[in-house]
Write a protein that binds this ligand. Structure first.
Ligand SMILES: C[C@](O)(CO)[C@H](O)COP(=O)(O)OP(=O)(O)OC[C@H]1O[C@@H](n2ccc(N)nc2=O)[C@H](O)[C@@H]1O
Ligand SMILES: Nc1ncnc2c1ncn2[C@@H]1O[C@H](COP(=O)(O)OP(=O)(O)OP(=O)(O)O)[C@@H](O)[C@H]1O
Length: 319
């Protein structure tokens, strides 16, 4: 094979309950992930191994990676070895034990630094694409282990669907697919740093003397998912990071209010934000809400999407 293309979804968090800070600086979570039909694509193309050279900043452990990006906010995506897809290829290639070289091309549709795990998605896609390109044949367990080392959200981007994440979000239990949910996402002008939003959450809790309880999965949310009931689901959505995201990005309060005023069944900040997510009852309802939010001028752009959808999947190969 000379090239492999993988499609990978964005996520929204149906429940993000943030527990106490751990000794390693991360927070224990209950994180109900939901993959939605907003996709990045990563194409991995083999390069002659002669491209590899240890003095090249894009070479690590005998693996040389080139990266290019097009699409949504492509200018904000790093093109050096900090790119999460590059880090994924380096981590995977290290398991091959032979010199390798690959070009990664990323087509972005997931907003950058938007709380929808776009970088994590690209890392997961790069793992799947390079595993196929290099014929490594690593199993799900091994890929998931490498994914968890790259970031807390990366294992879910491999899995997709709807799943409960515990630990720092990397330990996953899939939930059965019982419904199809129609979402509208309001994209913000700018991004938020995930680490800063967690830090702000800690500060707010300190200021209010609010000690977080050990997080537990919401029984109401699980029942809503089991019943496939969007109205119940809308009323069960939880994001403990929302107050912190709104504090750091004040216009979000207006965006969320506009969604509720225009009939969303549920409205919340997606993960660490600043994208806002609105649950609707049907594709038509989603289109109407997207239009109304556009007219209200409370976001940079609106996108309709549905979930759940599968995780990182090979969509094309070139022999
Ligand atoms: C907000 C979420 O997107 C919700 O799914 C995730 O919890 C963040 O996942 P991610 O972007 O993959 O985050 P990582 O790259 O693992 O960590 C980035 C930073 O977020 C904070 N972080 C992340 C996950 C976690 N359980 N506790 C944390 O405190 C830490 O400051 C960490 O340094
Ligand atoms: N492939 C990539 N795509 C987007 N951003 C990347 C990528 N690799 C590294 N980054 C860096 O990571 C930062 C966070 O980007 P990302 O789009 O993953 O944020 P996010 O969606 O808020 O993350 P999460 O929801 O997982 O917390 C960006 O500001 C960018 O500098």
């Amino acid at each position: 094979m000379t090239s492999v293309t993988v499609r990978v979804p964005a996520k929204v968090n149906l429940q993000l309950s943030v527990g106490p800070v751990r000794d390693d600086g991360y927070h224990d979570l209950v994180n109900v992930f939901h993959a939605v039909s907003l996709f990045d694509e990563v194409t991995a193309t083999g390069l002659p191994e002669a491209a590899a050279g240890e003095d090249d900043p894009m070479t690590a452990g005998g693996v040389t990676v080139r990266v290019s990006v097009e699409g949504e906010s492509a200018d904000q995506v790093p093109l050096d070895a900090t790119n999460l897809a590059v880090r994924a290829a380096h981590a995977l290639g290290a398991r091959a034990g032979r010199p390798l070289a690959v070009a990664l091309h990323i087509r972005k549709a997931i907003p950058v630094a938007g709380g929808m795990a776009g970088g994590s998605a690209d890392a997961a896609a790069a793992l799947v694409a390079c595993d196929a390109l290099w014929g490594l044949g690593l199993g799900t367990d091994e890929l998931t282990e490498i994914a968890a080392g790259l970031g807390s959200d990366v294992p879910f981007a491999l899995l997709g669907g709807t799943a409960v994440g515990t630990g720092r979000g990397e330990k996953l239990t899939p939930l059965p697919d019982t419904g199809r949910y129609h979402w509208v996402f309001a994209l913000a002008d700018g991004g938020l740093s995930t680490a800063k939003v967690y830090a702000e959450c800690d500060l707010l809790r300190e200021a209010t003397g609010d000690h977080p309880a050990w997080p537990e999965v919401s029984a109401r949310l699980l029942a809503a998912l089991e019943a496939g009931d969007p109205k119940e689901l809308g009323e069960s959505l939880i994001n403990d990071l929302q107050p912190a995201a709104v504090m750091l990005f004040r216009p979000l309060a207006r965006t969320l209010a506009a969604g509720r005023d225009h009939g969303a069944l549920g409205a919340l900040v997606s993960g660490s934000g600043p994208t806002c997510a609105f649950l609707t009852g049907s594709p038509d309802h989603a289109q109407e809400l997207a239009l109304a939010l556009g007219v209200a001028d409370v976001s940079r752009a609106t996108l309709a999407a549905h979930g759940p959808v599968p995780g990182a999947t090979v969509v094309a190969t070139t022999p």
